[in-house]
Design a protein. Structure first.
Length: 307
């Protein structure tokens, strides 16, 4: 068994059984080739895949660290290598998986940027409501911040899933998992005004495309609004408001979660509203306010409670 044959077999497996896109396939093979080149060019080892041992992979990872590769890039390469040797084991090309106990380097957790309530108010106030798309843009910001949505979720909100009387919206998130999120009155009011003005005008003029017929947010031409368009709307609102922070749609989602937790919301409830599969993902927001954590420890730890 040689590298060329093993990589070809692995590529076929990824393409046919895993249905990977061409770009992902290239990235996986590139990770394997880095290991192969390291063995041949750095360590002068003409070792075939079935002769590789765990220590060879460990030395390769040490070398990646020495040349200054980031922990994130190293983690991606480890993932590719583990996938490759897992395939070789399943395909009976090796008897022992040398990568089974290899762990990716820990990555520093990057805290999300968060806007203050005043900054969000400034963004909303900066929107020119006399412009044709002004009320739509205001509704987008109000809804993203009011519900903590991912940008893809906002783009795909259906009119039939907005329950105005009950004050809820049904969101279809990652993995087609549905969740109900309460919508604050300010966001509902903005959506209603936009629906009754621009959106109804487009509908009456038969300008809304068939695929966008049930979508809440559409372009001025009646198409489904895109992620890039939402990004540009939010970026412009931040710039017009004079905010110096780097702003994206994720900034509003992060701010939603942070403000809820700072206000005393239950972590499980925030997890449900954000659509996080694991509560450990939601817990990142508790790191944003050390004062909040300190107050919780003092308030609820039994040793700190007055008897």
């Amino acid at each position: 068994m040689n590298w060329k044959e093993s990589k070809e077999d692995y590529a076929t497996y990824l393409q046919l059984e895993k249905s990977l896109a061409a770009s992902s396939l290239t990235a996986y093979l590139s990770d394997i080739e880095k290991l192969e080149q390291h063995l041949r060019n750095v360590r002068n080892m003409d070792t075939e895949p079935d002769k590789i041992q765990m220590k060879d992979i460990q030395l390769f990872l040490e070398w990646l660290n020495e040349v200054g590769m980031s922990a994130r890039s190293q983690a991606r390469i480890v993932s590719g290598i583990k996938s490759f040797f897992r395939f070789l084991l399943l395909d009976d090309q090796i008897e022992v998986n040398p990568a089974s106990l290899i762990e990716a380097p820990r990555q520093a957790q990057k805290l999300p940027s968060v806007l203050s309530v005043d900054e969000i108010d400034q963004m909303v106030a900066s929107i020119d409501l006399s412009s044709r798309l002004g009320h739509r843009n205001k509704a987008i910001i109000e809804t993203m911040y009011g519900c903590g949505l991912r940008v893809s979720e906002l783009c795909n909100i259906k009119l039939s899933n907005v329950f105005f009387d009950e004050g809820f919206v049904r969101i279809v998130g990652k993995g087609n998992k549905e969740r109900l999120i309460p919508v604050n009155p300010s966001a509902l009011k903005s959506i209603k005004y936009y629906r009754e003005s621009l959106r109804n005008q487009l509908a009456l003029g038969n300008k809304i495309k068939n695929e966008a017929e049930d979508h809440v947010f559409v372009t001025g031409n009646g198409s489904i609004i895109s992620r890039i368009m939402v990004f540009n709307i939010i970026k412009k609102a931040g710039k017009d408001a004079g905010i110096q922070k780097k702003i994206s749609p994720h900034s509003l989602r992060h701010s939603f979660a942070t403000h809820l937790i700072e206000g005393g919301a239950d972590l499980r409830a925030v997890q449900e509203m954000l659509g996080h599969a694991s509560i450990t993902t939601t817990e990142i927001y508790t790191h944003l306010d050390k004062h909040y954590l300190k107050e919780n420890i003092i308030s609820f730890h039994p040793r700190n409670q007055k008897r």
